[in-house]
Design a protein around this ligand. Structure first.
Ligand code: TXA
Ligand code: MG
Length: 320
């Protein structure tokens, strides 16, 4: 049984007590829903991998209520401190070296000597992290290889009966996962584009490098080319659409599609990011029912949040 908890004081207290006893609780953040467990509890962390059917031990992001708590577990560099000052709480994840006395279970970091840390801004996540007073390891709350959830219903569709509880936090306002930045080298490396743009990071940290997207031996082990696959084939940058295709529209929709989901009528990238995963899920299930042959996504400009949106679409478009 999966309990659904509200994000008021009683629901959060229940969620914190479950987490403190090593159970699995999904909760909303500003980016997507996470599947949380006490990061210091190896069994709890192992249960995350089991619930998601993760084929391998990808390293997980540890969530903290504030920068001081995060930096107690990793060796913060001066650049990391400047970024934290400007962009935390918010959708930025920093990969740093584990500190020698770091209590986070080795499994959470997949045995690496680095740890990904993040301070989410969502008020319910903030309260939950403070109440729990533990680092919370949380990947996105979906089955491995599927689109990240941005509502409680999405989490139920993915994990009902496999996890102890979900804190209902409404729709996630950012809608794409956090930006993952590796700060262990001389120059910061962007491992995954996400809710904070590269421009915003460079304004604080100076020039950064971009990890090659999609390779088979990525620096960020979760960044395999095919990761967000819907059931139906998806093609990007569609200029035309057929009657037996579903259209993921951005701005005025192409005509002729059998089914349309509008990411943002006014071509607003923030709105499109917030709607992206709900739209992909909806189109995928509706279009499958109607025996459509695929999903056509209209072009999204490759700047600002469009970089993260195009990255997720590219992964969804790569055959598994
Ligand atoms: O917005 C988000 O980041 C959400 C919410 C719940 O916080 N979480 C999320 O987690 O997207 P997940 O597990 O789906 O993706 C984490 C990414 C993966 O690509 C993983 O490989 C990378 O972060 N990562 C985690 N630890 C790492 C490390 N030590 N070194 C390099 N990459 C790491
Ligand atoms: Mg994920």
């Amino acid at each position: 049984m999966t309990e659904i908890l509200d994000h008021g004081p009683a629901g959060l207290a229940r969620a914190a007590s479950l987490l403190r006893s090593g159970r699995l609780v999904a909760f909303g953040t500003e980016t997507v829903y996470g599947l949380g467990a006490d990061a210091t509890n190896g069994l709890g962390v192992a249960a995350i991998f089991a619930a998601k059917d993760r084929p391998r031990f990808n390293p997980l992001i540890c969530h903290y209520p504030d920068p001081a708590a995060a930096f107690a577990h990793v060796a913060a560099t001066p650049t990391a401190r400047r970024l934290a000052e400007a962009l935390w709480p918010g959708p930025l994840t920093m990969v740093l070296r584990r500190s020698p006395d770091c209590q986070v279970a080795r499994l959470a970091g997949a045995g690496l000597d680095t740890l990904a840390v993040r301070v989410p801004s969502h008020p319910a996540a903030q309260k939950l992290l403070r109440l729990t007073a533990l680092p919370i390891a949380a990947p996105s709350a979906n089955r491995s290889g599927r689109v990240s959830p941005t509502t409680t219903q999405h989490v139920l569709d993915e994990l009902e009966g496999r996890i102890d509880a979900i804190v209902d936090c409404g729709s996630c306002p950012v809608g794409v996962e956090s930006t993952v930045l590796d700060l262990t080298g001389e120059v910061p490396v962007l491992l995954r584009p996400g809710g904070v743009t590269a421009e915003a990071i460079e304004a604080i940290a100076g020039p950064i490098e971009h990890a090659r997207a999609g390779g088979t031996t990525p620096r960020s082990p979760g960044l395999l080319a095919s990761h967000y696959a819907p059931q139906l084939p998806l093609r990007m940058s569609a200029e035309r659409v057929a009657q037996d295709e579903a259209l993921l529209a951005f701005g005025p929709p192409l005509s002729g599609a059998g089914l349309v989901y509008q990411l943002s009528r006014n071509s607003d990238l923030s709105e499109a990011a917030a709607n992206l995963f709900a739209g992909l899920r909806w189109l995928d299930s509706e279009a499958s029912v109607r025996n459509f042959r695929g999903i056509a996504a209209m072009p999204i400009p490759p700047s600002g949040l469009g970089v993260a949106i195009n990255d997720r679409l590219r992964r969804a478009a790569t055959p598994q």
